[in-house]
Design a binder for this molecule. Structure first.
Ligand SMILES: *[C@@H]1O[C@H](CO)[C@@H](O)[C@H](O)[C@H]1NC(C)=O
Ligand SMILES: *[C@@H]1O[C@H](CO)[C@@H](O)[C@H](O)[C@H]1NC(C)=O
Length: 366
């Protein structure tokens, strides 16, 4: 019996391995270190046609940018390796990726704005697309790692990163680097937590050498969220943090509420009307020089609690709990930060309180 089981599981593993077309991390030439031949470049402009950048298909005005290059009086810095690309008006880069049909994925890519105008990126994996504004800077370097989630409808998908802009200045247009992919395993509610992914452990790929966290843009829907289980239901993004670079209350991941009342995350839980529940969670700071008085507002249906937290910007957290009686079969749980905060080390990037380890449980004896 045991032998058969071992054999079967080996068989399963090997079959699985063969069909597992990529492992989490940068996509092929995702950091653009492989570039066009010198004959396919005119200055920075790629002139060699759609296959000039290895592994990618390009269209429109695409520039190949080397770190340290100057644009006007601005020195361009590339977050990973020595090269990045810039997408001019209506330009796009595209790559076909082998995935597993039916699985969920998260794309992480780094983007930098080059001009004062509002710039946007249209990222798509058919049939889905997301138009992501990049007008707000969350990192002092100017580079924001952004996450986008999708469900694979085919075994080979086409990922397109497109600049839908039509700026007057052709030198405007976002810079792109470090395009990575991660398979998501959407967690289920358990008897220890009615909420899914309450510790935020399942989420987008974090580029190992990047100490910026990952921006999860607003208006993402539940089923394609790069942060499984959660929706970012607001005007501005939230930030996904890793314990390698930040102080995180529990496990290796947490959420930083970076844009005051304009950024909120929410999840709808199944509840039994009339039953008493306790929503408990950690509130802290990421040890990223985000100092001052903070308040996290938590909501469960119509009930709410304000949790004050004094941050010295050096890490730490406290637990809080909200007891409530469910009014319906579905209860919306939501978190936001009352105030805006700025990092004291650079005074330019937004920051805020951290939340983690969110649990929702029913009380046996209310
Ligand atoms: C974004 O890209 C998708 C797919 O290519 C396209 O259908 C959609 O119209 C685009 N949206 C914008 C605003 O460019
Ligand atoms: C990441 O950092 C390590 C250690 O500093 C370094 O050896 C490695 O080359 C870096 N990787 C990239 C892709 O920059």
């Amino acid at each position: 019996m045991k032998k058969v089981f071992v054999f079967l599981s080996l068989l399963f593993c090997s079959t699985f391995h063969v069909s597992l077309s990529f492992s989490d991390g940068l996509v092929a030439n995702g950091n653009f270190e492989l570039g066009p031949k010198p004959s396919e470049l005119k200055g920075t402009i790629v002139t060699g046609g759609k296959n000039s950048i290895p592994e990618w298909e390009i269209s429109g005005l695409v520039e190949y940018i080397k770190s340290g290059q100057k644009q006007g009086d601005m020195l361009l810095v590339v977050p990973e390796g020595a090269y990045a690309v810039r997408l001019g008006n209506e330009a796009s880069i595209k790559q076909r990726i082998k995935v597993i049909k039916g699985m969920y994925y998260s794309i992480t890519f780094m983007v930098a704005r080059t001009c004062a105008q509002e710039e946007r990126i249209n990222i798509s994996v058919a049939p889905d697309f997301g138009v992501i504004p990049i007008q707000t800077l969350y990192t002092s370097s100017g580079w924001d790692p952004i996450a986008y989630g999708f469900k694979a409808e085919f075994n080979v998908v086409e990922m397109v990163i497109h600049n839908p802009g039509v700026e007057e200045d052709p030198a405007c247009g976002p810079l792109i680097d470090s395009v990575a992919l991660r398979t998501l395993y959407p967690p289920r509610p358990t008897n220890k937590n009615i909420l899914k992914n309450g510790g935020f452990e399942e989420g987008p790929y974090i580029i190992p050498n990047s100490s910026y966290g990952v921006i999860i843009p607003p208006n993402i829907e539940d089923d394609h969220s790069p942060l499984p289980g959660w929706m970012v239901e607001s005007l501005k993004a939230v930030k996904y943090l890793d314990s390698d670079h930040f102080s995180v209350p529990e496990g290796t991941r947490a959420i930083e509420l970076v844009a005051g009342k304009e950024s909120a995350i929410a999840q709808v839980a199944r509840t039994i009307p009339g039953k008493t529940y306790v929503l408990s969670f950690s509130v802290g700071d990421a040890s990223n020089a985000c100092e001052g008085s903070m308040i996290v507002e938590a909501f469960a249906g119509k009930d709410t609690i304000k949790v004050p937290y004094e941050s010295k910007g050096k890490g730490g957290f406290k637990r809080a709990a909200l007891k409530f009686v469910a009014a319906g079969t579905r209860t919306r749980v939501m978190f936001l930060s009352t105030f805006y905060s700025m990092r004291s080390d650079d005074l330019s990037s937004l920051c805020g309180p951290v939340i983690d380890d969110v649990k929702l449980l029913s009380l046996r004896k209310p």
